[in-house]
Design a protein around this ligand. Structure first.
Ligand code: S3P
Length: 440
């Protein structure tokens, strides 16, 4: 599917981004192994949600959807009847995590603790992403896990059970690896201690704590102990800052813009994009800060800004890892040279996002070059429309769509349907932000 985008004279809109994907995945997974019934609202939308629900249902989890009578998807209710820690069953079929790394890695943590055999796989992109990072520690805990390519790629075959806690120094700052091990640790004998090289999103820790899990944090070290039954807990999921980021950047770079995103998660372990935009001189206002279900949310307004270059490196990376493509786009409109370093993790995402971001923005006339662990972007103040491709990567598709709102001429985004992985309404929202309204 192709989408054609041109720059409007003005960007003015209020957008409700879809529910946060990371929080949603944890809400359905952890409630599936809790005791009692929980209701989750504003669950994320898109193919990744379908992947997580499919895998959990494949294990016998009871998750029912009650559609909002008013037709507002954000108000759909997902009712999860928890089967407690040992209530899930050996799957009859291979579990398919589709394009979703979070599904594959978190569900593997669950499977490692279950005394049965399972196989989990994903689409072509997911089957090429690094899984050795979970296989190695899960084996140390006592699970039998095998995969392709010397146990480094999916499909993974897991025979779990009889786990024991370990002390693990994570070689990469990954919330998925951390969460996989925390979930496995719930089923292990003794404590599991995980040391992170830098802070990564902490939604699993927050939710486990709310559900009564035995989890403690000390700086970058997290300890989980088994033995406590998790209590089913209702969750109203805040909007996803990774989806909101597209509109925040669009507004900051467009010469006549004011965009507000409502009810968006601002957990500090996810807030790197706000720090970077502020460091670049963007006019960002955060209002109505509230706490909902153990996570902070707010409304965020961004107006047209005179951006300056910045450096994105070090401990900041895990806190904005999914926003790097759209930050690179913002850097095209900033005065000076922006350097992104320490971002080698991007090469193992849905695409090699260092390469695909540099390729896409170069085609639009950006002065951008690839480095082994990041990119260097010299702001030229403008882009010119061209035909570009998403490489099947949702974040690329959306970054290039926003680039079309800022470039001269017409931008054609091929493979635009990739956006449906995390944001199925993205192209409709883009038209609304651009002031176009499609006839019904
Ligand atoms: C996620 C963690 C990040 C992120 C992904 C979602 C999560 O991946 O890129 O989109 O929900 O835990 P890594 O843990 O591999 O960095």
């Amino acid at each position: 599917m192709r989408e054609r985008v041109t720059a409007p004279a003005r960007l003015e809109a209020t957008v409700s981004p879809p529910g946060d994907k990371s929080i949603s995945h944890r809400a359905v997974l952890l409630n599936s192994i809790a005791l009692g019934t929980a209701t989750v609202t504003n669950l994320c939308v898109g193919d990744d949600r379908a992947s997580m629900l499919r895998c959990l249902r494949g294990l016998g989890a009871s998750i029912e959807r009650e559609a909002d009578p008013g037709g507002n998807e954000a108000n759909d209710r997902f009712i999860i009847r928890g089967s407690s820690m040992d209530g899930l069953a050996e799957p009859h079929e291979t579990l398919n995590a589709g394009n979703s790394g979070t599904t594959l890695r978190l569900v593997s943590g669950l499977l490692a603790g279950q005394p049965y055999f399972s196989v989990i796989t994903g689409d072509r992109s997911l089957r090429s992403r690094p899984m050795g990072r979970i296989v190695k520690p899960l084996r140390e805990m006592g699970a039998r896990v095998m995969g392709r390519s010397e146990d480094s790629l999916a499909p993974l075959a897991i025979r779990g059970g009889d786990l024991h806690g370990i002390e693990y120094d994570m070689p990469v700052a990954s919330a998925q690896v951390k969460s996989c091990l925390l979930i496995a640790g719930l089923h292990a004998q003794g404590k599991t201690v995980i040391r992170q090289p830098a802070a990564t999103r902490d939604h699993t820790e927050r939710m486990l704590e709310r559900m009564g899990g035995d989890i403690t944090e000390d700086g970058l070290t997290i300890t989980v102990r088994p033995g406590r039954t998790l209590s089913a807990t209702d969750v109203r999921v805040p909007g996803d800052i990774s989806s909101a980021a597209y509109w925040l950047v669009a507004a900051a770079c467009h010469p006549s813009a004011r965009v507000t995103v409502l009810n968006t998660g601002i957990n500090p372990t996810r807030g790197g994009i706000l720090e970077v935009l502020r460091a670049m001189g963007a006019r960002v206002t955060v209002t109505h800060v509230r706490s909902e279900g153990g996570e902070e949310a707010a409304d965020i307004t961004v107006e047209s800004s005179h951006l300056v270059a910045t450096e994105v490196a070090g401990e900041l990376l895990p806190r904005l890892i999914d926003e790097v493509p759209v930050i690179a786009l913002a850097a095209c409109f900033a005065k000076g040279e922006t350097v992104v370093r320490d971002a080698q993790e991007l090469r193992g995402k849905e695409s090699d996002r260092i390469r695909t971001t540099v390729q896409g923005l170069s085609r639009l006339g950006a002065d951008i070059r690839e480095t082994p662990d990041g990119m260097v972007i010299r702001g030229t103040g403008g882009l010119r429309g061209a035909a570009v491709g998403s490489h099947g990567d949702h974040r690329l598709a959306m970054t290039l769509g926003v680039a079309g709102l800022l470039a001269t001429g017409e931008t054609v985004v091929r493979g635009a349907e990739a956006a449906r992985v995390s944001y199925p309404n993205f192209w409709d929202d883009l038209r609304a932000v651009a002031g176009e309204h499609r006839e019904a």
